[in-house]
Design a protein around this ligand. Structure first.
Ligand code: BEZ
Length: 338
C-alpha cells in the first residue's frame, strides 16, 4: 500500500471507552453498558488523556462532566466514529453484492410515477427482491448510509459527502381547491392558470414533515446564529418567493390529510402535478402561472459503491419520462478519466 503515515497512536478502544463514559456520565454505568470492568475503562481513558495531552473528564463532579477540551474532543471524534461505522457498513455491502433492492420514497412520488417504474423494474429483473419503504427525504440520507435503504426518491436537496443526489426533474405545483371554491368554477375551459397571489385569502394547508434548509446567506444575516430556526416551510417559502402570504395556515401530518381537508372545504393547498387525479370528485386542480413553482425529484444513492442495479433503475425512469413526454434532466456518471 502507500507510504506509512505518522498516525496518532490513539486506539479505537480508548475512544470507545471515552465515549461510553461521556454518554453515561458515569464510570460504573459505562462499565455495565460496555461489559468492561471499571478499572479497564479508567485505564483506557487515562492512556487516551496521556496521548492527547489533556484532561478530558472532570472526575470531581457528579454526574461526571467533560472538561472544555474533553467536550471539543468528544464532538470531533464522534464524527470519526460515525464515519467509521459508515465505512464498515459500505465495505460489507461491497463485499456481498445485494440480492435485494430497498427503495425509500416520500409519499408524493408514490401517487405519481413510482408504481409504473417499479412494475417495469420487476419485469426487467424478475429475480431481484424489490422492497419499498416510505421515509422522509431527510431520513433517507442516514438510511442510505446505514444500509436501511439502497436508493431513495426524495424532494429536498441535501449535502452529505457519502450521498449523491441525482436530480431527475422539476415537477410543477398545482393548486388544489375545494370543488365549491369560486376559483374552482372557472367559466373558461380549459381554466387559465392562476397566480399564488390569487390564493392569499384562503387558508393554506401545509403538509411537509421536512422543511427547507435556509441558504447560508440567510443564516449569516440572521443573528444570533445559535437561536435561529434554520428551516422554512416549502409552501410558505414558495408564496413568499412571489411576494404573497396566505392569511391563515393549518399544518397536518401528511399529504392525504391535507387533501382530505381541501375536499372538506377547509382550505386549499399546493401539490405536485402528478397528484392531480386524487379526489377529483371533490377537488379541482388549477395550473399555476409561475413556471418555476416546482418541486424537485431526486434519486438519492450512495456516492461510492451504489447499488449494482442503479443504472437499470435510471434507464427505466428515463424511458417512462420519454414515453410520457416529461421534460427531465439526464444524469451522466463521470467516467474514471474525467
Ligand atoms: C417522477 O415523478 O418523476 C418519479 C416518481 C417516482 C420515482 C421516480 C420519478
Amino acid at each position: 500500500m502507500g507510504q506509512q503515515a505518522a498516525y496518532s497512536v490513539i486506539q479505537l478502544k480508548q475512544l470507545q471507552a471515552f465515549h461510553a463514559v461521556a454518554d453515561a456520565q458515569s464510570f460504573s454505568a459505562a462499565a455495565t453498558l460496555t461489559h468492561m470492568s471499571q478499572p479497564s475503562l479508567s485505564r483506557l481513558i487515562k492512556q487516551l488523556e496521556d496521548e492527547v495531552g489533556a484532561e478530558l473528564i472532570d472526575r470531581y463532579h457528579r454526574p461526571l462532566q467533560l472538561t472544555a477540551a474533553g467536550a471539543f474532543f468528544y464532538d470531533k471524534t464522534q464524527t470519526l466514529l460515525t464515519e467509521l461505522d459508515t465505512i464498515t457498513a459500505l465495505t460489507q455491502r461491497m463485499a456481498h453484492p445485494p440480492k435485494q433492492l430497498i427503495i425509500g420514497f416520500v409519499p408524493s412520488v408514490l401517487y405519481g410515477l413510482l408504481p409504473n417504474i417499479i412494475a417495469q423494474l420487476k419485469q426487467r429483473l424478475p429475480d431481484l427482491d424489490i422492497q419499498l419503504k416510505d421515509i422522509s427525504s431527510y431520513q433517507q440520507i442516514e438510511a442510505l448510509k446505514s444500509g436501511l435503504i439502497d436508493v431513495g426518491f426524495g424532494r429536498f436537496a441535501q449535502r452529505d459527502d457519502w450521498v449523491r443526489q441525482i436530480l431527475l426533474r422539476h415537477e410543477r405545483y398545482v393548486a388544489a381547491l375545494p370543488a365549491k371554491d369560486p376559483l374552482a368554477l372557472s367559466a373558461i375551459n380549459p381554466a387559465p392558470p392562476i397566480k399564488l397571489s390569487d390564493l392569499t385569502e384562503r387558508r393554506l394547508v401545509l403538509y411537509h414533515q421536512t422543511h427547507l434548509p435556509r441558504t447560508s446567506a440567510e443564516q449569516l444575516n440572521a443573528a444570533p446564529l445559535n437561536l435561529v430556526e434554520t428551516v422554512t416551510e416549502p409552501l410558505l417559502n414558495l408564496f413568499s418567493k412571489y411576494g404573497a402570504a396566505p392569511f391563515a395556515t393549518t399544518t397536518v401530518s401528511d399529504l392525504q390529510v391535507a387533501l382530505g381537508l381541501v375536499a372538506a372545504g377547509e382550505g386549499i393547498t399546493l401539490v405536485p402535478d402528478s397528484l392531480k387525479t386524487l379526489r377529483s370528485e371533490q377537488i379541482h386542480y388549477r395550473t399555476l402561472l409561475h413556471e418555476d413553482a416546482t418541486s424537485p425529484i431526486y434519486l438519492n444513492t450512495l456516492a461510492q459503491a451504489p447499488h449494482p442495479h442503479l443504472n437499470d433503475l435510471l434507464d427505466i425512469i428515463y424511458a417512462v419520462y420519454e414515453d410520457k413526454g416529461i421534460t427531465y434532466r439526464q444524469f451522466h456518471p463521470k467516467k474514471p478519466e474525467d
